[in-house]
Design a protein around this ligand. Structure first.
Ligand code: ADP
Length: 404
């Protein structure tokens, strides 16, 4: 399956002139290898144009390809068919999304055997994600051993969070022994969107404080002070924080003991309950905000409750991160729900004029594609919808390292 979003021009050409260390090659392949799918995008960094994108799904499942190696070969064959083969001399590097970088990786990193071994050591922190990312890297290295491969970590942007926000209040020796702390995720998106928000305001990112609300299937909030992340809602894993499509977000940890002791559930069952059968899905049986909106229109009470719980959590984080930042210049909504649901945006920020937040209902309701303001003129806090583009961000980081 390949979508045909060929040659989409991206808005920000951030000085990607010559091609230094890549011998004139300007293409970057971005791979996002999940447990059962591989998403890929091929970009030409001369002008930041998207050449092709697609996804190979159902890896290891019936009717799908056998494994990640096979998935990558299929992606490669799809690209070849379109005259964009990975054997092309125009390909400069491959960028990989890697979910967990632990405390070891705080920046995009060129993959070496040593780096790969370090990423493998982090598997216990991300048992569902890192193994797929590692396989993607290995297969891509076999396919083109001559190319620079770059790992871009979902946790990296959050590595600047101060200890006061990163530490859980548990026995420090236990925490340190098991690597328990707030790492945060969606970092590539939070970095990209906070910078794009400053650009939208026409201001120097170093001078702007932004609350980013990344509301996709997974959802997270971050507090970014002058381009530096100072707090985020996800924690040791992507389970903490906001209500998500299928994840509970914040919950009293004693719920887990209660389910074990009183409910007789196993650790794995509770893991599945909280990660896959909770959130919007658990509250009303649907995890897609579009369906929830439709059902609310028909007077469905469960859908209304799910929406209300989702929005209430969001407001809590807006309030908390307002206090963390002290001064907020902008609130930016991004990802599937954030970019598309005017209802969620207005409900999340309704009645917060005392915090300097004034949403313009007409601007909020207008559909658009690029970054745009939805706050009223003169609102002390700018409110914006800023589409995220994690693949472009990964491609930029990858290309920068390949050229260095
Ligand atoms: P992922 O986390 O998988 O990258 P996305 O950022 O693509 O997810 O967000 C997917 C979610 O966005 C969907 O589950 C749906 O709830 C929501 N969404 C997409 N389009 C709309 C829309 N037009 N209105 C409301 N919600 C939407």
């Amino acid at each position: 399956m390949t979508d045909a979003t060929d040659t989409t021009d991206t808005t920000d050409a951030s000085g990607t002139g010559g091609a230094g260390g890549t011998g004139g090659a300007t293409w970057v392949l971005v791979l996002n290898s999940g447990s059962s799918s591989v998403k890929y995008q091929l970009l030409d960094m001369a002008g930041e144009r998207r050449l092709a994108s697609g996804v190979v799904e159902r890896i290891g499942e019936e009717g799908g390809v056998a494994d990640h190696a096979e998935a990558l070969r299929q992606a490669s064959a799809e690209l070849k068919e379109r005259g964009l083969g990975l054997d092309s001399p125009a390909l400069a590097a491959v960028g990989h999304r890697v979910v967990h970088g632990g405390t070891r990786f705080t920046e995009p990193t060129v993959v070496t055997d040593e780096v790969l071994a370090e990423i493998e050591k982090l598997v216990p922190l991300a048992p569902l994600h890192n193994p797929a990312n590692i396989t993607g890297i290995k297969v891509a290295r076999e396919l083109r051993p001559d190319l620079t491969q770059v790992a871009v970590f979902d946790t990296a942007f959050h590595s600047t969070i101060p200890e006061a926000a990163a530490r859980y209040a548990i026995d420090t020796s236990v925490a340190d022994r098991f690597g328990i702390r707030r790492y945060g995720f969606h970092g590539t998106s939070h970095a990209y969107v906070s910078a794009a928000t400053a650009a939208l305001l026409g201001r120097d990112p170093a001078q702007v404080n932004v609350i980013v609300l990344h509301l996709g299937n997974g959802a997270s909030a971050s507090a970014v002070r002058g381009g530096v992340c100072v707090d985020t809602s996800m924690g040791l894993t992507p389970l903490e924080g906001l209500v998500m499509g299928t994840r509970s977000g914040d919950i009293d940890p004693a719920v887990v003991f209660h389910l074990e002791r009183v409910g007789g559930m196993s650790t794995d069952e509770i893991d599945t309950l909280l990660n896959k059968r909770s959130g919007l899905l658990g509250l009303c049986g649907a995890n897609d905000m579009r369906e929830i909106g439709r059902r609310m229109g028909e007077g469905d009470e469960a859908a209304r409750l799910a929406f209300d719980v989702y929005v209430h959590r969001l407001r809590r984080y807006v309030g908390a991160f307002t206090a963390v930042l002290g001064r907020v210049d902008a609130i930016a909504f991004t990802a599937g729900v954030g970019e598309n649901s005017a209802a969620v945006r207005v409900a999340a920020l309704d009645g917060l004029e005392a915090l300097g937040i004034h949403v313009d209902p007409v601007r909020n309701a207008v559909r658009g594609s690029g970054p745009r303001l939805i706050s009223a003129d003169g609102s002390p806090v700018a409110v914006a919808v800023v589409p995220t583009d994690e693949e472009l961000a990964i491609a930029r980081d990858t290309y920068a390292l390949a050229r260095a």
